[in-house]
Design a protein around this ligand. Structure first.
Ligand code: ADP
Length: 161
């Protein structure tokens, strides 16, 4: 079975990397789909976000990273995936995600969503918190994979959020 893990990953965090590692053990193939949507402003380009993920989980042989724009349900069908993975950090997130999962399923009965609860060690982490920490000199080792910390810092030293 092939699973699709979609998101902004702006940038990938330890929380994302943990979900990728755990999902990769559940499925034959895991496709991490990086949203490339001109309407959503991101700090890193889609290519940078893809590179950061590849660098962070490059040791997992059944994980593939790609960019997508447009509807997630189209990406799902075109990539030949069987299931969508979403991470869950809180009940508030579950409330929001439930609507999306129902909408995907309403658009096409084949689109099922599987929620994976975050590891408690990473449940407080978000990409935006990591960017604030980068700007204000916080400890990024608690938030981001080691291999991307230098690049994330460089970005913010040269231009802020
Ligand atoms: P999106 O804009 O699609 O929510 P994100 O990059 O914020 O993109 O999140 C992508 C996925 O990763 C979502 O399912 C989100 O719940 C999950 N996620 C984000 N941060 C964490 C974390 N710290 N632990 C577990 N899952 C997370």
């Amino acid at each position: 079975m092939t699973a699709l893990f979609p998101g902004s990953f702006d940038p990938v965090t330890l929380g994302h990397a943990d979900i990728i590692g755990r999902a990769s053990r559940l499925f034959d193939e895991l496709i991490v789909a990086v949203m490339d949507n001109a309407n959503k402003k991101t700090s890193f380009t889609a290519d940078e976000r893809v590179r950061f993920i590849e660098r962070s989980v490059g040791d997992l042989p059944n994980v593939k990273v790609l960019k997508y724009s447009g509807l997630l349900s189209d990406c799902f069908l075109m990539s030949g995936s069987d299931i969508i993975i979403r991470g869950l950090r809180s009940c508030a997130e579950f409330e929001r995600e439930l609507d999306y999962a129902r909408a995907f399923c309403a658009s096409d009965r084949r689109v099922e969503t599987l929620f994976i609860p975050s590891d408690p060690r990473y449940a407080f982490i978000s990409s935006s918190m990591s960017k604030e920490a980068a700007v204000f000199g916080g400890d990024l080792h608690l938030l981001l994979p080691d291999g991307i910390i230098v690049d994330v810092c460089e970005k913010f030293f040269s231009g802020g959020l």
